[in-house]
Design a protein around this ligand. Structure first.
Ligand SMILES: *Cc1c(COP(=O)(O)O)cnc(C)c1O
Length: 366
């Protein structure tokens, strides 16, 4: 028998979350962001739930190719564009809209031989200082692109660094939005600015022509703990489930796991769960991280080891050996534990946990 751990992907939750993005920004079209193997869910598993999107945004050519193999014929946006000149051949063949964020990418386009001109998104660095043309260089880049026979439509994009909270004491998008508006004033082209946080929190100003939600599609709140997934009416797209494979009874003074970091103060009953950091569960989640056993909320105890972790069963007298454990997501009985709570307990974010489920965990569509 295989270890009882598995990760389930929920197409109905993905479809629900996509509909939430649409309801939030009804006049915008939606790029469903599926980079990083659809945030760890697998593009092939997430595709069905997200096929009502207007387009898919991904990071590399392999992901774009996978989308075409799934028979997606609509728009695909390559978020960092070409990494070398010959990438443009595949951009032509797969009909990709690709981001242009550097002068080199314009040079490559100018040398590229293609029958059909490309759609591109010209990226402005409005303050995040990661990718994109500086505001002072943006119009010249736009003029250069416009003059190329290889280029047809030019979309205008930028990315927010602080849509999930304040920025240096100001509202999180004010500064970058003003920079974007000045830099693009009078230029034709579709505009795309909003990630999940901006789609949910700054819809009015940020939604514009296309939104680019990622994390919200997967049921995690981009601004946790200010708001949780329930607040935004998002459902978990992934459930990581396992079972109790051992039960121990503790007396006061007994300890749990490596480093004896937890000591029982009173008699306790604990369960050992087939899930550890080698499955992608965060080792930094200390005693007290929430977990569901048979759909009931309890806590982890002691250090997470490579293949196992401990949970408190003291108050759950009906649970024991073989009980279902939901590390995050939805239990078979429908109780929900947000990945954001687990991430928070481990000092990280839901994004990282969902991307980090390891290859040894069987993953399937629920
Ligand atoms: C990842 C990414 C997004 C989606 O961000 P979320 O916070 O997951 O919604 C949007 N745009 C760009 C350029 C990205 O890299």
């Amino acid at each position: 028998m295989p270890r009882p751990i598995e990760a389930l992907v929920h197409p109905a939750a993905l479809a629900h979350n996509l509909a939430r993005a649409r309801a939030q920004a009804p006049n915008a079209r939606v790029w469903a962001v599926v980079k990083a193997r659809a945030y760890g869910h697998g593009i092939e598993r997430a595709f069905e739930g997200l096929r009502a999107a207007d387009g898919f945004a991904c990071l590399d050519l392999a992901e774009a190719q996978q989308l075409r193999e799934l028979d997606w014929r609509g728009p695909i946006l390559l978020l960092e564009g070409a990494f070398e000149p010959r990438d443009l051949e595949l951009c032509s063949r797969l009909k990709l809209t690709h981001v242009v964020h550097s002068p080199a990418q314009i040079d490559w386009l100018a040398m590229h031989k293609t029958h059909e001109p490309h759609s591109v998104y010209l990226k402005l660095n409005s303050g995040m200082n990661r990718l994109g043309f500086a505001p002072t260089a943006f119009r010249a880049a736009h003029a250069r692109l416009s003059a190329l026979p290889q280029v047809d439509e030019i979309g205008l994009m930028t990315h927010f660094s602080d849509a999930d909270g304040p920025r240096l004491g100001q509202d999180g998008i004010d500064h970058q939005l003003a920079v974007f508006e000045t830099a693009t004033e009078g230029l034709a082209g579709e505009r795309s600015l909003a990630n999940s946080a901006a789609t949910l929190r700054h819809t009015e100003r940020a939604a514009q022509d296309w939104v680019r939600p990622g994390i919200l599609l997967y049921g995690s709140a981009p601004d946790f703990p200010a708001h949780d997934a329930a607040h935004w009416d998002l459902r978990p797209a992934m459930s990581l489930r396992s079972q109790v494979i051992g039960v121990q009874t503790l007396q006061p003074g007994d300890t749990v796991g490596y480093g004896s970091s937890f000591t029982a103060q009173a008699p306790m009953r604990i369960g050992t769960v087939a899930c550890g950091y080698a499955d992608g569960y965060p080792r930094h989640a200390g005693t007290g991280t929430p977990v569901l056993v048979d759909g009931q909320r309890t806590r982890t105890l002691g250090r997470v080891s490579m293949d196992m972790l401990a949970v408190d069963l003291t108050e759950l007298s009906a649970s024991g050996w073989g009980s279902e454990v939901t590390l995050w997501g939805e239990s078979a009985r429908g109780a929900v534990l947000s990945i954001d709570e687990v991430a928070h307990a481990a000092g990280t974010i839901g994004y990282e946990l969902m991307c980090a489920v390891t290859a040894r965990v069987p993953m399937r569509v629920a």
